[in-house]
Design a binder for this molecule. Structure first.
Ligand code: MN
Length: 484
């Protein structure tokens, strides 16, 4: 077990974030070490090793000081006697509320029900009042996955599956490629051990064969670009992640020879103009494979990814994929939403890659500056294209039901099943009996108590119900009873 010393930790934080207030980092470290002093991780490590790991990852993402400090302290409220008030007194309101935000996200658990996965993802995003809480949560998950072997088998499976279904997908939506790849590859062996083993073996053989050819191509590319007058450019080979390779192979008859981007050559140039010029240049030297030229600059992927891709018949008579992108696009692909945060912090305006995609990030930044914004108002104002005006509530079993804002327990009951709706006698919201016209809030746990003898909705439920689904079910039930 390799432990990191506080000195090594401070040094690496300073290296990643030269302008950070190191005294504050040291204070937070002492605070966390003290609070967790009697706790150990399942691996046997002192707990504060986990805290340091999260802060370190956040500093690698170049996130702001507040996020890094909050990362260091993220388990203090949940796992120790320290109160939010004490934390706030010591480190201020911003850090304290960020930690509360991280703690809240713990409530969201994936229980292996396919049909609710998408709701769960949306809920995760909706519940995060501060996007930085999600960054902390993703890094927390990465460290937990890397020590998952120390946990009991059933827990391993649940956590790894949740990581694939929820966390990796969220990292992807936020465009943070580095975190998505890490989460998937760490969770993969726990969820699909046999497949992981096979892919790893196959991968090693293929990469061993392919890598030298890509290196040769890179050398040739370097010369040609240099001759053509390019000065500031970078070329490196990038190797595909295990999990994404496995997923891709399923779409290609499990034939690894049909995967052209197992090892790809990646060129990073100055700007968009150079990307296209570079593509033209490459095609003058090596023939492109038909149908494999992709312009993700003109048509970015849904998560904002931009690059030009082409597969060419290279110098060793091998097909090799080349990816061309500007420095900005590269930064975007690796750090996504996290990169936007970093930009704003250093005083520059957030760079919004063609409008829409990151609009909500810039809105987020604006909202956070406004003082005393209540979480409810924040969520209401947050325009993330797919959960605008939606709320997410739990069934007692932890399933997530997605409802329009303003919905009542009646809407909830009918969303589950019309029989539950029709025989609804009472509702319990967060362990308390609630009126049927209560406006539900994000994260409420709702239990419907049914009465077997009750088969008919009351007529005033029509006024209480907000969703058209509930209204039409109520009308149907009333109509059916009249016919009887
Ligand atoms: Mn943690």
């Amino acid at each position: 077990m390799k432990l990191i010393t506080p000195e090594q930790f401070f040094k690496s934080i300073k290296k990643n974030k030269p302008d950070i207030d190191l005294d504050l980092v040291k204070l937070a470290y002492e605070f966390a070490a003290d609070a967790h002093q009697h706790q150990r991780r399942q691996t046997g490590e002192p707990f504060v090793q986990h805290s340091m790991n999260i802060a370190q990852q956040l500093s690698e993402l170049k996130l702001d000081q507040t996020t890094i400090i909050a990362g260091l302290l993220h388990d203090v409220v949940e796992d120790t006697e320290i109160s939010v008030g004490a934390l706030e007194k010591e480190f201020g309101e911003e850090i304290a509320s960020l930690i509360v935000g991280v703690t809240k996200l713990k409530k969201i658990r994936y229980r292996g029900l396919e049909r609710y996965v998408e709701n769960l993802r949306k809920m995760f995003l909706a519940m995060a009042e501060d996007i930085r809480a999600i960054f902390i949560k993703l890094c927390d998950r990465i460290h937990n996955l890397s020590t998952l072997h120390a946990l009991p088998k059933e827990k391993q499976m649940r956590i790894a599956l949740e990581s694939l279904e929820i966390y990796a997908s969220i990292a992807d939506r936020l465009g943070i490629g580095v975190l998505k790849g890490k989460i998937e590859d760490l969770a993969f062996p726990f969820v699909y051990p046999k497949e992981y083993f096979n892919i790893k073996k196959l991968f090693a053989e293929k990469v061993k064969f392919k890598q030298p050819h890509v290196e040769n191509l890179n050398e040739a590319l370097k010369k040609n670009l240099f001759h053509a007058g390019y000065k500031d450019f970078g070329i490196h080979s990038r190797i595909k992640h295990y999990y994404s390779l496995w997923r891709k192979m399923q779409r290609y008859d499990d034939n690894i020879d049909r995967i052209y981007d197992l090892v790809a050559s990646r060129i990073i140039v100055k700007d968009v103009g150079e990307c296209y010029a570079c593509l033209g240049l490459i095609h003058q030297y090596w023939k492109p494979l038909p149908g494999r030229i992709k312009d993700y600059i003109a048509q970015p992927k849904t998560n904002g990814y931009q690059s030009l891709h082409t597969t060419i018949f290279g110098p060793d008579n091998q097909y090799i994929e080349i990816q061309i992108r500007s420095e900005k696009m590269h930064n975007e692909a690796e750090y996504g939403a996290a990169a936007h945060w970093a930009y704003t912090e250093s005083g520059k305006k957030p760079v919004l890659m063609d409008g829409k995609r990151y609009e909500w990030v810039s809105q987020l930044l604006r909202f956070q500056k406004e003082a005393n914004l209540k979480p409810e108002d924040f969520i209401k104002n947050l325009k993330f294209d797919f959960f605008q005006d939606r709320i997410f509530v739990f069934t007692p079993k932890g399933d997530v039901i997605d409802l329009p804002d303003g919905s009542t327990p009646i809407d909830f009951a009918y969303a589950i099943h019309s029989d539950i709706g029709n025989s609804c006698a009472q509702v319990i919201v967060n362990d308390k009996i609630a009126a049927l016209n209560t406006k539900l809030k994000n994260g409420d746990i709702v239990r419907v108590v049914t009465d077997k003898n009750r088969r008919l909705p009351s007529a005033d439920w029509l006024r209480i119900a907000q969703t058209s689904l509930a209204k039409s079910k109520i009308k149907d039930a009333v109509k059916a009873s009249r016919k009887r």
